[in-house]
Design a protein around this ligand. Sequence first.
Ligand code: AHM
Ligand code: MG
Length: 335
Amino acid sequence: HAADALRTDLMTITRYVLNEQSKHPESRGDFTILLSHIVLGCKFVCSSVNKAGLAKLIGLAGETNVQAKQKKLDVLSNDVFVKALVSSGRTCILVSEEDEEATFVEPALRGRYCVVFDPLDGSSNIDCGVSIGTIFGIYMVKDFTEPTLDQALQPGKNMVAAGYCMYGSSCTLVLSTGSGVNGFTLDPSLGEFILTHPDIKIPKKGKIYSVNEGNAKNWDGPTAKYVENCKFPKEGSSPKSLRYIGSMVADVHRTLLYGGIFLYPADKKSPSGKLRVLYEVFPMSFLMEQAGGQAFTGKERALDLVPKKIHERSPIFLGSYDDVEEIKALYAAEA
Ligand code: AHM
Ligand code: MG
C-alpha cells in the first residue's frame, strides 16, 4: 500500500522544509518563509510561460489593450521575483541576472538572506516553447542591518541552499538545503509542489555529454581532447551520446537524472566561458555535489571560486563523479 500512501499523504515542499527545520532547534522559520516566496515566483513564471504561446490568440480576442506593449517574459519574471523576495521580509541583498546592480532591500524589510538568481534562463528557447528555467542560490548574511556587496561575493560553498525550477512538460523544482537533493513537481490542480524525486543521486558515470560543439574550433587542448574521447573512446568502452538543448536548467536537469557531463568551457573568443558564476555556475555546482557528482572550472572545484564581480563568468564542467574526474585529469596533465 506504499503507492496509496504516496497518493494520499502528500509531501508538499513547505511540509518538507518545515520537517527539515525542526531538526535545527535554533531555526526561526525564516527560511521557510523565504522559500515560500521563491515558490510563489516560480508558480507565477510557470503560469506565464504556459500562456506565452497563446499571447497572440488572447491579444486578438482582447479588448482595448491589444496594442498595449506586453512586457517581455524575462523582464516580467524578474519583476515578480524581486517583489516576492523583497516582500518576504527575509532578504537584504538581491543579485539578478536581469539587473546590472545589486538591490539592497530597504531597512524596514531587511532579513538575513542574500538571494542570487537568474529569473528566466535560456532566453533563446522562449519563443519556440522549449524548456526554460529559474535558477537561485541563497547565502546567509552576517550583519544584515548594514549589508555590503562583498556579502554577495562569497564562494559557492558558503551557500545555505540552491535550486532551480524547470518550466518543461511539467513544472519541476529541484532544491538542496545542504543535505541532499530533492525534486518537487507542481500539481496544477492543487497549486502545490509535491515531492516526486526524493534524495536524487546522480549516476557515478554517465553515457551522455552536453556541450555547444559549434564552438569547437576555439576550444583549448583538454576540452578538445575530452570531447574527442567522448566520441572515439579507448577500446572497450562505447561512445557517449550527445544531447544539447542550450537551456542550462534543462541540460543540467537531464544530467542530474540520467548522469553524464554538461560543459560550457572557455574558448579563444570567451576565455571565461559564458555562464555566470553567482546565479548559474554556483547553484548548479552546489546541487551536483549534493547529488554525489562534481563541478570543476578547469582550474579548481567550482564552489571554491571567490567571485570579484556580481556578473562574473566562469568555464564549468559538471556532472557524474567519474566523468568530471576524467576532465580534471586532462587539465592536470596539461598544467
Ligand atoms: P541566457 O542567460 O542568455 O539565457 O544564456 C544562458 C544560456 C544557458 O541556459 C545555456 O546553458 C547557454 O546559455 C547556452 O549557450 P549557447 O547558446 O552559447 O550554447
Ligand atoms: Mg542566464
